[in-house]
Design a protein around this ligand. Sequence first.
Ligand code: SF4
Length: 352
Amino acid sequence: MTVWLKDRTADELHEALAPLGVTRRTARRLQAAAVRRDLLPSHLPEVSDQVLARVRDAVRLPRLVLRDKRVSARDGFTKYLFEGEGQGLFEAVRIPLLHRAGKGRYVVCVSSQVGCPLGCAFCATGRMGFTRNLAAWEMVDQVVRIQADSRHPVRGVVFMGMGEPLLNYEAVVRAARILSEPCGGAVAAKAISISTAGIVPGIRRFTADRLPFRLVVSLLAAVSARRQMLMPVETAHPLPELMAAVRDHHAATGRRVVLAWTMISGFNTREADAVELAGLLAGLPVTLDLIDVNDATGRFRPPSAEELRAFRDALRKHLGEPVARRYSGGADIHAACGMLATTGAAAEQGGS
Ligand code: SF4
């Protein structure tokens, strides 16, 4: 059986290759070569030529094909269109963080599925429907390919691209482990975020597995009937169940949960929304990330500057928890949150 590199953690690689004489140390070196340098070594210190030849016969180093790349003239966000080894194309976005102490670094927003079955009304990915889950290596290689194309290091990964990560739980968690292990992508586990629109069994599994990654839950509304209007997932996993899972996650991990609030003018930026949210979150330490909706169809609009100011004032008054405004860039190349929606050809367009 062929062992796919970039698709297993170093321990899993060791387990698969141990019968060929591969030690744990050698497995780590193979992992570093595949994930950091995108190669299968022809020589490794302390490894005999015979063992390495057996390894080379037994493994495969898969690579995504880059079909398109677009750079935002506005903010430097860069969108990559990839083809993997299954049906459909998918996108990843490189987010520049170039201001800290003059040192450049990037965060990569990774897709976990081709399309998405959840169909959030404000999201272009949701409108494409669902094609398939991505394999772990197809997520790892989005970061590998983008790192190879970048002047600065990738220091963070967010699973917020196309798809609902917790509906592809095993592959997503494996990819996050590979990207965070020191002999793999070496991205700090706390700099890896896994986002969900509210898949309760996935959140409970995430909590039970004691994963070191950050969980981000997309709320949109604090009242079930309003959330259901734009997020069909609310029917299967209603807010009371979702919030119970989020509260249990906080109780088990002690971590402040990050809640994403995609702001839609006239829908969820009123003072009443802040009051309802404060009621829903009472006693739960959270960070609220405010993100502008990005809807290329024009049906949903972000709040005006005045609306935003009033909403932030209302949150300050009623919520009393940290609120952060998250810039979602690359709108001019359809790379912003909710805009990832390639449909098959190497054309552009491009959520959780
Ligand atoms: Fe899927 Fe996220 Fe888009 Fe909702 S917002 S349809 S969960 S990709």
